[in-house]
Design a protein around this ligand. Structure first.
Ligand code: HEM
Length: 460
């Protein structure tokens, strides 16, 4: 039978559907289009992309026998500096399998638990900076980005960015942010224009060289002065062998993984923390419960932060999951059929091999069929009251073998940070009337969301 046409807004001559997407709020535009056209639709942007958000169709896209990760246009640009690192490699590239096998144990719950001390080191620095700014409004996302960058630097390769000691971000971080921004712009421009933008291109190349130089220096240093006691990912990458083949990662690939961890690990985690903070402050009863739980778990550890059992922070975990549901910091991931002849989805929608099908997380995560009539409400209890959650309706970390390798890392770091924040500080929004505005780069986070923190015990 003939395939069913995939719904699509009318194309404009030459521009396709570019005008249907507000470039400053593409997530909002794509969500509105899903509400209008349904759980599957397509747009002609630079290429034709299918957007999918119905739980049953997403379930099909998550079937790894039929679909595999597709490296979307922005990710192709990120490949210019993250190479065949885990995030930006195609499934069939040998370095994906090699690095995946070597690194999965390094990101296991047991391995991440061993990083609690290193995580607490940075969290404590953040708490001190909040004390220092007691009573003064500051941008939550800014503080959390310092936290997550410093945490990745310290836990992944024992490198101190020391973001809480300076007003300016570390130059390494600035370079990374510039590269990500430029990658996005490049992904939008037609290829030829990227060469016309010669000056930007030269600066882009220089930034990449500088980023690589700094990573290579860290690796060279560790090779020269091995540190068997450092329970960091750099040791795993240098010392661990593929259990199957005995192979090691090359220095070039280690560099790509370092860049990858910095990119994949910092914005997403800080976005999650910022959204979670926003929703807690909008829902004071949630904040009260989070604090009760944090106080209890800290007391059970006898006040020793290294002994805190983050697995007992189940309510705080539910807050984070709920924030990831309503505002997934990485708002989409993309797959394509594995077979030459493509795949036909239920309803007769055909997707060709090489065509990108994007899972639109905002719409999936608010699907009323999967989430019920309160789908749009922030309600951490839904994770704890025993109700059934549709298995493929919550995908903030992607899916299958290509899902996020760092999710346990991110959740542990964020659980510990939020617990200590609510235990130590009284919090309020700087502007009580603030309504969520979203800032979009490769990821999303609240824009201009300022908070005021006051040490809790000093007030009593
Ligand atoms: C992959 C989200 C934290 C490292 C992914 C993917 C998503 C995601 C959606 C799949 C992308 C795709 O299919 O194209 C998140 C979110 C995080 C987070 C929401 C925090 C809340 C982290 C952290 C690290 C990390 C902390 C590293 C320390 C990676 C890597 C991949 C990945 C290496 C690629 C895995 C592979 O394909 O083998 N992440 N991530 N992420 N993430 Fe995360």
């Amino acid at each position: 039978p003939e395939p069913t046409p995939i719904p699509q807004p009318k194309e404009t001559l030459l521009l396709g559907n570019i005008l249907d997407v507000d470039r400053h709020d593409s997530v909002g535009s794509l969500q509105r289009l899903a509400a209008l056209y349904g759980g599957i639709y397509q747009l002609k942007l630079k290429d034709k992309i299918v957007f999918v958000s119905s739980p049953s169709l997403v379930t099909e896209l998550c079937d790894e026998a039929r679909f595999e990760k597709y490296i979307s246009n922005p990710l192709k640009e990120v490949r210019n500096f993250a190479g065949d690192g885990l995030f930006t490699s195609w499934g069939e590239e040998p370095n994906w399998t090699l690095a995946h096998r070597i690194l999965v144990p390094a990101f296991s719950p047991v391995a991440i638990k061993k990083m609690q001390g290193m995580m607490m080191d940075i969290i404590t620095q953040m708490l001190m900076s909040w004390e220092h700014h007691a009573g003064q409004p500051f941008e939550a996302a800014n503080s959390y980005t310092r936290l997550t960058f410093d945490t990745i630097g310290w836990c992944a390769f024992r490198y101190r960015f020391n973001s809480f000691h300076t007003s300016e971000m570390h130059p390494f971080i600035n370079i990374m942010v510039k590269l990500l921004l430029e990658s996005q712009n490049r992904a939008r421009r037609p290829g030829l224009l990227n060469q016309v933008f010669y000056n930007t291109d030269a600066a882009y190349r220089e930034n990449i060289d500088e980023l690589w130089r700094q990573c290579d220096e860290i690796v060279a240093e560790r090779r020269k002065f091995p540190d068997p006691e450092a329970h960091d990912l750099l040791n795993n990458m240098i010392l661990d062998k593929d259990p199957k083949t005995g192979e090691h990662l090359s220095d070039e690939n280690i560099r790509y993984q370092m860049v990858t961890f910095l990119i994949a690990g910092h914005e997403t985690t800080s976005g999650m923390l910022t959204f979670a903070t926003y929703y807690m402050l909008k829902n004071p009863a949630v904040l009260v419960k989070a604090r009760e739980e944090a106080d209890r778990v800290i007391a059970e550890a006898g006040g020793n932060l290294l002994k805190m059992n983050h697995a007992k922070l189940t309510y705080i975990e539910a807050i984070l999951k709920e924030a990831l549901r309503l505002q997934p910091p990485a708002p989409a991931f993309t797959v394509t059929p594995k077979k030459e002849e493509g795949e036909t989805l239920a309803g007769g929608y055909h997707i060709a091999k090489g065509q990108a099908a994007a899972v639109l997380l905002h719409s999936l995560h608010r699907d009323p069929g999967a989430w019920g009539p309160d789908a749009d409400e922030f309600n951490p209890e839904r994770w704890l009251d025993g109700r059934e959650i549709h298995p493929n309706s919550w995908k903030p970390f992607g899916s299958g073998a290509r899902a996020c390798i760092g999710r346990i890392f991110a959740l542990q770091e964020a659980q510990l940070a939020l617990a200590l924040i609510v235990a130590r500080f009284d919090l309020e929004m700087a502007d009580p009337g603030y309504d969520l505005a979203i800032k979009q780069t490769l990821t999303i986070k609240p824009d201009h969301f300022k908070i005021v923190a006051r040490p809790r015990f000093r007030n009593q």
